[in-house]
Design a protein around this ligand. Sequence first.
Ligand SMILES: Cc1ncc(COP(=O)(O)O)c(C=O)c1O
Length: 395
Amino acid sequence: MSISDKVQKSMAQGSWIRRMFEEGASLKRQYGEENVFDLSLGNPEMEPPAEFREELKRLVEKPLPGMHRYMANAGYPETRAAVAEQLSLETGIKFTMNDVVMTCGAAGAMNVVLKTVLNKGDEVIIFAPFFPEYINYVDNHGGVTRIMPTDEQFMPKLDILETNIGAKTRAVLINSPNNPTGVVYSEGLLRQLGQLLREKEVQYGTQLFLISDEPYRRIIYDGLKYPFPLLHHPQSIIATSHSKDLALPGERIGYIAVNPECSQREELVNGLIYCNRTLGYVNASALMQRIVSRLQAVTVSVAEYQRKRDFLYGHLSEMGYSMVKPQGAFYLFPKTPLEDDVAFVRELQQWQVLAVPGSGFGSPGHMRISYCVNDRTLGGSLEGFRKAAEKVKGG
Ligand SMILES: Cc1ncc(COP(=O)(O)O)c(C=O)c1O
């Protein structure tokens, strides 16, 4: 065999998102692209804001000397400083460029953080439903994933978390706004979570990291102000990107920001920079760093996403689907009218509608619907949602 046993096993298990992508491609060949309503991917159809193109044009027309060379592994000082300035403004905590490492997306950021902090066998706690790649990322660096439940509103159950943090727990990894549910963690919940982590640090004499994966931070609705997890635990790290807020997922640009109040911060940041290099990323894209350093205050049209959320949430509720109304990201996570979420997603496929079974996110009985698509696709999917629900209810 040309590949390792471990990789072979992981690939055979596959990911539901990937599987739906492949099945969608086959449906598109069969029925024609325009007749398939693909709501399975978190790949925004929205174009990046106009300011992105202006910056790109400026760099093409007036190139800087040496702009395509290697740089310090943490990234350009100018970019790190711009990120630090914006974060300071938004959080009220004073960040400097020394707290920031530029990375290849949020995925790169998380892999760098996990490699830096995990010893073999250390446990990382996540909450179901979760972004499925977390399991791979933790495994990449010798960690063990522990999955904890959430309540009906998809908020972590802190009483259960409390009894599951032990001497081997190294980090709690959270994601707000959340993929796949779209929920945003409240200030109150984060405060309680921070308190719990500090109590456990004292109980076990450990350092417990709160890792906040927040690529959807700026895509929040209803006038909500983002509750920063970082404000509630000093031993905390942001892993994020501009994949969603500037609609640049293919450009692989993100960053890590370490809470300036983190103990042994300098050692930690040096570790992160070392891991960014040795994981083979070396540094985040030079061109993208130049661009995003001038776009820290720019975001895609959140009003547009809110309009799409309202449209889909409204129609699906009226059809009888039951779901938590999300306050961020661009996903809905309704209960499936059949308990067997895979069977229901297959039923939707009969109507050329693609969603992802909740089982792929550790929460069977649900499905993830991604609404970062154009209005024609969203509108076109409604008939399938209606017909599939009627059929399984015997209507
Ligand atoms: C919750 C979450 N974290 C991380 C990522 C990865 O982001 P990036 O493309 O910036 O690596 C995604 C991508 O969809 C995501 O949904």
